[in-house]
Structure formats: structure tokens, C-alpha cells
Design a protein around this ligand. Sequence first.
Ligand SMILES: *Cc1c(COP(=O)(O)O)cnc(C)c1O
Length: 238
Amino acid sequence: MTTVAENLRAIRERVDAAMARRGPGPAVTLVGVSKRQPLAKLQAAAAAGLEDFGENYAQELRDKQRDWPTLAEAGGRWHFIGAVQSNKLKYLVGKTALIHTVDRASLIAAIDRRAAAAGVVQEFLLEVAIAGEAQKAGAAPSDLPALLDACRDAEHGAARCAGLMIIPPAGEPEQTRRWFRELRALRDRLRSELRRGDTERIDLRHLSMGMSADFEVAIEEGATLVRVGTAIFGPREG
Ligand SMILES: *Cc1c(COP(=O)(O)O)cnc(C)c1O
């Protein structure tokens, strides 16, 4: 049986090789997706050098943070990559480095309020349904300018949009490449339209794309965050 540490080493080598194929570009952060994985596996990954963990369920995140406070103390980071319910924001705002899955203006306003009350700036990504009908979650590309306006207009300036995220429709990695390429083109276009004075609230430096099956293709297409679960931790429980 391979261990988490061995899996992690193999994934890191594949990340490095994909970055080499890509050529010069941004750093890539490996986010270990640890939903429905026991804490012992997360801790084994941290001992092997993993610093970023992605969770999908707010209460599971809360419980893991309660049971493992030393991750954050040691400089590790939690990411939230699941569907965001506004009544669960208290478990996310100020408690995660990045919320990857924001798709509506009301959520941006709510994050801004909570972050201001907590005295923090909360970074988030906009999840994009770039493939249209085939996707369950995310904002339509045509909604993105209005969502960036919601960020510009937020009362406290405490929510910062750091980029875009996609969960493309299932398919072979080479079929998925086009969605990664489109997300990057969309981000580049939006970034070229940013205004002076946006920098505090919007920077669009991140592209969160690629999972166990296709993270190498995503890196070749410009991912800055890849979200890898089973290839590191093995099958999920439950
Ligand atoms: C579960 C999940 C992943 C990880 O999927 P794997 O196939 O296990 O790598 C990545 N991103 C999101 C949004 C997820 O929900």
C-alpha cells in the first residue's frame, strides 16, 4: 500500500514536470483536498511538507480546525472549495486563506460584512460555469463584470477577489484542456479591464483549476492552484 507521503512525493514530481513543460509562469500551489479524509492522513501529508488543505463542508472544516490547531500555527492554510451557504460563512470568513467557490453578489456582500466585523480581509475566487448547462455550480461568464462591481461596491472593502475557479464537466484530460484554456483567456481579458484603484479589492492573480485526473493539463494551461484529493489521500470515506 502506498502511503500519503509517497503519493505526495509522486504528485509533486508531476507538478514540477508539468511546470517545466509549461515554461516560465506563476508559482503553482498544491492544495490537498481532504474532505472525508481522517485527520491522521492530513497530518501525514503535513509532516511530508504539504501546507495547503481544501475542505468542502463547513462543519467538517470547523471540526478539523478545532482538532488540529497547530496547522495554522505552523503557517499552514485552509481553503474552502465546497458550495457556500451564507448561513455557514461564520465557519469560513477569517478561517480560510481562500474561499474558491463564490458565485453570487449577495455572498460577496455577506463576506465583506463578516470580514470587516472580524477585522480581516477575506480573499475569494469566483467560480465560473464556463461550460454552461453542463455545470451545476458557478456564475455565467457574462455575470462576472457585475460580480466584480459587487466587489468594488462592497461597503467595507474587506472582500478581495483573487481570481477564478472552475470545475469543468467530467471528461478525459485532453477534453478538459479547452475549459482550462477558456478560463485563462477569460481571466486575462477581465484583468486587462481592471481599473486604477481596483488593486485593493480585485487582483485576479489566481486560476484554481485541475484535480487528480487533470492537474497536469491545468498547470500547462496556467493554473496557480491545483486541487488534488484522491491521488494524495486515496479513496474518501463514506
Ligand atoms: C473533491 C474535489 C476535488 C478533488 O477531487 P479528486 O478527484 O479527489 O482529486 C477538487 N475540487 C473540488 C471542488 C472538489 O470538490
